[in-house]
Design a protein around this ligand. Structure first.
Ligand code: NAD
Length: 251
C-alpha cells in the first residue's frame, strides 16, 4: 500500500482522523496538502509531517465556500503539479438534539460543511483528475450515513448525502480512471467525540455497550482503511462504503 510520489489532499487535516491519515500517507511516501478551517491545527499537522522528514503544505480552506475550494485545488496543482489522492474529510457534528429541536440555521450549517463541502470538493477535484488521467477520492461519511443516528438528524442527513454523492461520482467516472469511495466510521476517539461526550457524558459508555467490540475506534484504525482505499491495492473498489465500526452496523 505504498503511495510513493503521490500527491494527496486532505480536508479537515488539522485534527483527528484527517491528521492521522495525513501522517500515515506521508509515512507511505505521499506529499501532502493539508486543508483546514483552523490554521493552528493545520500547521501543526504540517509540522508533524516535516519533523518526520515528509513533505506537506497548509492551505487554509472553508470547504463550504465554493471559491475557497476552487482555490484549494488550484494551490495543490500550483505547488505539486497534480492531484492523485483526495480525502474529503472535513466535517462538523452539531449539538445533540432531536429532529424537532434542530434550528434551521444549524441544519443549514451542518449540510453546508458536510454535504455541500464534499460536493464542492468533488466538483473541483474531478476536473483536475480527468485532465491528468485518473485519481482516487475518499469521502468521510459515517455509520450515520448508513443508519439513523439518535439526536443527530442533520448530521445523519448530511452523511447519507455523502454516501449518495460518493456512489454517483463513482458511477460517473469509473471509466475515466477515477475511483470514489466512502469510509464510514462508528464513534472514533477524536476532538469531535470529546466535545460530544462533554455535552452528553453517558454517550461514551452507551457507545461502548452498543458496539459488538465494546470499545470506541481510534483515528489510526480509520487511517489504515483510508490508506487502502487511496492505494492501488484497492484498484477494483469504487462506489463502496467501507465501515470501520467494530461490527456496529452488522448487528
Ligand atoms: P475533528 O473535529 O477532530 O476534525 C475535524 C476537522 O475538520 C477539524 O480540524 C476542523 O477544523 C475541520 N473543519 C471543520 N469545519 C471545516 C470547514 N468548514 N472547512 C474546513 N475544515 C473544517 O473530527 P474527526 O472526528 O477527525 O472528524 C473527521 C471526519 O470524520 C468528519 O467528517 C466527521 O464527521 C467524520 N466522522 C467522525 C467520527 C468520530 O466519531 N470521530 C465518526 C464518523 C465520522
Amino acid at each position: 500500500m505504498q503511495l510513493n510520489g503521490k500527491i494527496a489532499l486532505i480536508t479537515g487535516g488539522g485534527s483527528g482522523i484527517g491528521r492521522e491519515t495525513a501522517v500515515l500517507f506521508a509515512q507511505h511516501g505521499a506529499s501532502l496538502a493539508i486543508a483546514d478551517l483552523n490554521p493552528e491545527g493545520g500547521q501543526a499537522t504540517v509540522q508533524q509531517i516535516r519533523d518526520a522528514g515528509g513533505t506537506a503544505v497548509f492551505i487554509q480552506t472553508d470547504v463550504s465556500q465554493a471559491a475557497q475550494v476552487e482555490t484549494m485545488v488550484n494551490v495543490v496543482v500550483a505547488e505539486y503539479g497534480r492531484l492523485d489522492i483526495a480525502f474529503n474529510n472535513a466535517g462538523i457534528e452539531g449539538a445533540p438534539v432531536r429532529t424537532i429541536d434542530v434550528t434551521e440555521a444549524e441544519f443549514d450549517q451542518i449540510m453546508a460543511v458536510n454535504a455541500k463541502g464534499v460536493w464542492l470538493c468533488l466538483k473541483y477535484e474531478i476536473p483536475q483528475m480527468l485532465q491528468q488521467g485518473g485519481g482516487t477520492i475518499i469521502n468521510t461519511a459515517s455509520v450515520a450515513g448508513l443508519i439513523g443516528a439518535h439526536s443527530m438528524p442533520a448530521y445523519a442527513a448530511s452523511k447519507h448525502a455523502v454516501v449518495g454523492l460518493t456512489r454517483t461520482a463513482a458511477v460517473e467516472y469509473a471509466r475515466k480512471g477515477i475511483r470514489v469511495n466512502a469510509v464510514c466510521p462508528a464513534i472514533i476517539r477524536t476532538a469531535m467525540v470529546e466535545r460530544a461526550i462533554a455535552h452528553l457524558p453517558q454517550l461514551e459508555q452507551g457507545a461502548m455497550q452498543n458496539n459488538p467490540s465494546r470499545r470506541l475506534g481510534t483515528p489510526q484504525e480509520v487511517a489504515q482503511a483510508v490508506l487502502w482505499l487511496a492505494s492501488d491495492a484497492s484498484s477494483f473498489t469504487t462506489g463502496a462504503t467501507l465501515t470501520v465500526d467494530g461490527g456496529l452496523t452488522a448487528q
